[in-house]
Design a protein around this ligand. Structure first.
Ligand SMILES: CC(C)(COP(=O)(O)OP(=O)(O)OC[C@H]1O[C@@H](n2cnc3c(N)ncnc32)[C@H](O)[C@@H]1OP(=O)(O)O)[C@@H](O)C(=O)NCCC(=O)NCCS
Length: 371
């Protein structure tokens, strides 16, 4: 028998980050980082335990060390009442074992530098500085308040973008757009440009008006041209201001809807998540009139929760796997799709009810917040 221990250590970035290490007989075998941050879900704000940089040393793989580490991290977070956990699954088909489900599409707008350079730009753009972070966080929070999936950036604590598109490989850089009186009215976060890069990746961009969006796009085009790049890729939300501006240009937009990889979420405490969604569900339920159920109980293998729907019909109870419920709550799949495509066992009338309570939507998390 070996002696296996887990340690939670301070992280160089400070709280809320922590280092996690698993040691066997004193030797480091597995490691990861974790941090608890708030994310938005249909108008509610919920804490989520982030799972980052999961690794087991080659010689120690397939011996259950990662399972032990992840389960300990999750139990600890649940013990503190953290209802969600998020990760970016770089390796497919690993994390479904712990009921993580992919719940966010990936968007990409590709535009040639020549096209982007023709966009009118009237705002002054300068390099972002560390002291701009609170203003950037506030602007981001305002622009993304109605979205699902996004992280809330606490203005006094947000550490700025830690990563670009490729975890661990590139730093990110920031450009800000200024109003005539010098206020920050927009920003762009891009991947640090490597010598041989063919295109510039923009991983987050927010603007307070469409004119600011144009100025940012043009400034990014000029940056790309300075580095002899032919195109720009914006990985932004299509209905944000920059996304909307891009949609009105001659660009190609691709949407991927990954399965069992990429941005994944786990409902660690389904009861707490449903409780937070109660106001949203109640408002949705009202469209159904008085013959809706008085109450809906949803049972999963990770726990159950209740929604008071305020109707006159008898209470209902449905059972769903936690990962499928997660897809529904984050709007990635409708209940009808879960039933028809994924063979989830749900009565027709229950699927109809769930689709009224939690209609389809596109959740999104900006890249610098994914790790
Ligand atoms: C992926 C990785 C962390 C797994 O660590 P590990 O300690 O070998 O994992 P465990 O032995 O605890 O296995 C846990 C479960 O995951 C499964 N699993 C492990 N590696 C897997 C892989 N590469 N693909 C799919 N499933 C895998 C195991 O079969 C096991 O499932 P089971 O308990 O249902 O049988 C490790 O292979 C690694 O560090 N790889 C390189 C870095 C990496 O890809 N990190 C992930 C970034 S998202």
């Amino acid at each position: 028998m070996y002696d296996r221990i887990i340690k939670f250590l301070p992280h160089e970035l400070g709280l809320p980050w922590e280092q996690v290490r698993v040691e066997v007989d004193g030797e480091l075998v597995s490691w990861m980082q974790t941090f608890t941050v708030p994310h938005r879900l249909r108008g509610a704000t919920l804490e989520s335990a982030g799972v980052v940089g999961v690794h087991t040393a080659d010689a120690h793989q397939m011996r259950g060390h990662m399972r032990f580490m992840l389960e300990t991290v999750l139990e600890r977070a649940e013990g503190r009442g953290v209802p969600l956990s998020m990760l970016y699954g770089g390796v497919a088909d690993v994390y479904h074992r712990w009921a993580y489900a992919t719940v966010m599409p990936e968007f990409r707008f590709s535009i040639s530098t020549r096209r982007a350079e023709a966009v009118p730009g009237s705002h002054r753009i300068r390099d972002g500085k560390p002291e701009d972070r609170p203003a950037i966080a506030r602007l981001y929070n305002r622009e993304t308040a109605g979205m699902t999936g996004v992280r809330v950036r606490e203005p006094e604590r947000w550490l700025g973008p830690r990563q670009g598109l490729y975890f661990g490989r590139l730093d990110a850089w920031v450009q800000v757009a200024l109003s005539d009186d010098g206020r920050i009215v927009g920003y762009c976060i891009g991947d640090q440009i490597e010598g041989d890069a063919q295109r510039l990746d923009i991983v987050d961009a927010q603007a307070t008006s469409s004119a600011v969006a144009g100025s940012l796009i043009r400034a990014m085009a000029e940056e790309a041209i300075r580095h002899r790049m032919g195109s720009l890729d914006f990985h932004v939300y299509p209905t944000g201001r920059v996304g909307r501006y891009l949609q009105n240009l001659d660009v190609s937009m691709t949407t991927e809807r990954p399965i069992s990889r990429a941005q994944m979420v786990r409902l660690s405490l389904p009861g707490a998540v449903l409780e937070a969604l109660q106001p949203y569900a109640r408002e949705q339920a009202e469209t159904l009139g008085p013959d809706r159920p008085a109450r809906l109980t949803i049972e999963t293998e990770l726990g159950s929760g209740d929604l008071a729907l305020g109707g006159e019909a008898p209470a209902r109870k449905i059972g769903l796997p936690a990962d499928r419920l997660c897809e529904l709550l984050f709007g990635y799949r409708s209940a009808e799709e879960l039933r028809e495509i994924h063979g989830v066992r749900l009565a027709e009338r229950d699927a109809e009810l769930m689709d009224v309570l939690f209609p389809r939507l596109d959740a999104y998390c900006y890249w610098p917040d994914r790790y």
